[in-house]
Design a protein around this ligand. Sequence first.
Ligand SMILES: Cc1cc2nc3c(=O)[nH]c(=O)nc-3n(C[C@H](O)[C@H](O)[C@H](O)COP(=O)(O)O)c2cc1C
Length: 348
Amino acid sequence: MTAPLLPSRLPIAAAPMAGGPTTTALAAAVAEAGGFAFLAAGYKTPEALSAEISVMRAAGLPFGVNLFVPAPGTVDAAAFRAYARQLQPEAERYGLTLSEQPVVDDDYWEEKLALLTQDPVDVVSLTFGLPVPSDIAALQAVGTTVLASVTTPEEAHQAQAAGVDGLVVQGPQAGGHSATFDPARRIEPVSTEDLVRSVSAETGLPLIAAGGVDGPAVVRALLAAGAQAVAVGTLLLGTNEAGTSPTHRAALTDDAFTETVLTRAFTGRPARALRNGFIDRHEPRALNAYPAVHHLTRALRQAAGKAGDAGTVHLWAGTGWRGAPSGPAAGVVGWLAGEQPRPGQSTQ
Ligand SMILES: Cc1cc2nc3c(=O)[nH]c(=O)nc-3n(C[C@H](O)[C@H](O)[C@H](O)COP(=O)(O)O)c2cc1C
């Protein structure tokens, strides 16, 4: 019998959602309801992450931390300039001038690793690739369970070779960024359930499934396929405790949005979002250049979000978005675990 990856009563996890939706209030509510919650360290300073860890510790609740693994890579300066110029008219509407100089950073990788080895947490999940195996070993040496997010059996094999304790198997129906190690690749359609079966059969590693959950039936199917737990993101976006912006919340229940698509237009890395005008206008010329494109569009997206301009902002959502309930997050956890009926549908 494999030891459980997550120390929670229920096999439901709050997936990490950087950029606002994951809050300590959401993580605490999910943990109190019997699920397991990941804090989203992505885009945060080490100080901000440390403050969130302190809040969870003070509440005495188990939790994990999710890190973005930096990827080496160069940006084609001419292509970047051309994309910046293409986006400039969008920025002008908000009085912004986009920099044609690409900014590439490592999201404070070393500093966050140092924090998590000095002040260990139960679980660390990694996304966007693998660090050097010694970084994984350093976290394990302080008692942390290390999980790698993977999107193909091949990535799962690489993660296994790097020494992780388990996997987060993310299907392409997932909201937000794809965890893929190779953001330039074509993301092949596959159900999360099939992906879980193949990764489980090929690696034998314990795993958590994520991507496209729209209710308890999918949770049951993913557990039956071999997952120890199921992580959900989109279904928590409309809950009271989530830090989802009002523009994003409203879009999730707006009938004007009819589908989700994978796009590189906002950040330079494939991510699933509600299809809007920005994607239609810019996806054809979008670059594979994360995090440079993320930094390029950041101020524009913030301004558009504040202004309620749902046609310009990134509206991350998985294919199950229509089922996202409103109300307390505990209701979503209980519903997905089969313990209680479906909570109220989000009315924004
Ligand atoms: C708004 C949003 C932000 C996300 N941010 C992160 C993140 O910081 N780190 C990460 O590993 N995954 C992130 N994801 C992906 C989720 O962790 C998870 O894989 C996904 O939400 C599961 O699919 P679902 O949205 O269909 O439930 C994000 C997803 C969303 C919707």
